[in-house]
Design a protein around this ligand. Structure first.
Ligand code: SF4
Length: 225
């Protein structure tokens, strides 16, 4: 298992997207001031950790991706995306649990708006870690004339959230800063697990499959262009 230091960041346009669309320039003065104040608080609460493993793919068929030594991930969209890959990268990222305490305190003091904004900021921060990791690996592989596929997480697209258990089994749980409940929820809550494939060419292969192009889930905020 490998670990990486990746600092979360907070893109306000991503926050605006979570608030229902538009750009951060559309925030009211009150919301913008509140976000500025919470940014300082969030910075002190972050304890980011990211671990990952590269695993060889044994076979891809019948909508499943079978890893060498197990497990086998069941998702037709994931299998189609990874069809040319020999290796998969599995990762788990978290910003830690300190933010939860602050959200609970704000809620108990009736600071519901602040709690909601901080919760959303936590989601954007952990997503930024996954995105930076994905991009970092992409440039590493580019130097080897390889590329990476789009990123997938259990619970999105057609990959059932229950497959989260299989993904966690790829790691040594005693070294993880994230645990999984029986209902497959991660603790700390502001964590992301996922995978992407390593492609044998530079990732710009014409016709590389993007499942979002023919997906009917029009309200999906994770849609890739
Ligand atoms: S639009 Fe959303 S649900 Fe559909 S394939 Fe893309 S990420 Fe998955």
């Amino acid at each position: 298992m490998n670990t990486l230091e990746i600092n979360p960041s907070l893109e306000e346009d991503d926050l605006a997207r979570l608030f229902g669309g538009g750009k951060s320039s559309g925030f009211s003065r009150g919301v913008a001031l509140r976000i500025d104040k919470l940014k300082g608080i969030l910075k002190k609460l972050l304890t980011p950790e990211l671990c990952y493993r590269k695993v060889n793919i044994d076979s891809i068929n019948n909508g499943s991706v079978c890893l060498q030594g197990g497990p086998s991930f069941k998702s037709p969209k994931l299998s189609r995306t990874l069809k040319s890959c020999e290796t998969i990268i599995c990762f788990i990222a978290t910003i830690g649990c300190q933010i939860e305490k602050e959200i609970r305190q704000l809620t108990s003091r009736n600071g519901l708006a602040g709690a909601y904004i901080l919760d959303s900021m936590g989601s954007v921060a952990v997503e930024s870690m996954a995105e930076k990791f994905h991009r970092r690996m992409e440039s590493q592989y580019k130097a080897q004339e390889k590329g990476v596929t789009l990123r997938f997480s259990p619970g999105y697209c057609d990959w059932p959230v229950t497959e989260q258990k299989k993904l966690f089994n790829v790691f040594d749980s005693s070294q993880l800063g994230v645990t999984l409940s029986d209902s497959c929820l991660m603790q700390p809550r502001k964590s992301i697990s996922g995978v992407f494939g390593v492609t044998p060419s530079n990732g710009k292969t014409p016709g590389q499959y993007n499942p979002c192009t023919d997906c009917k889930k029009y309200d999906c905020i994770a849609r890739r262009g």
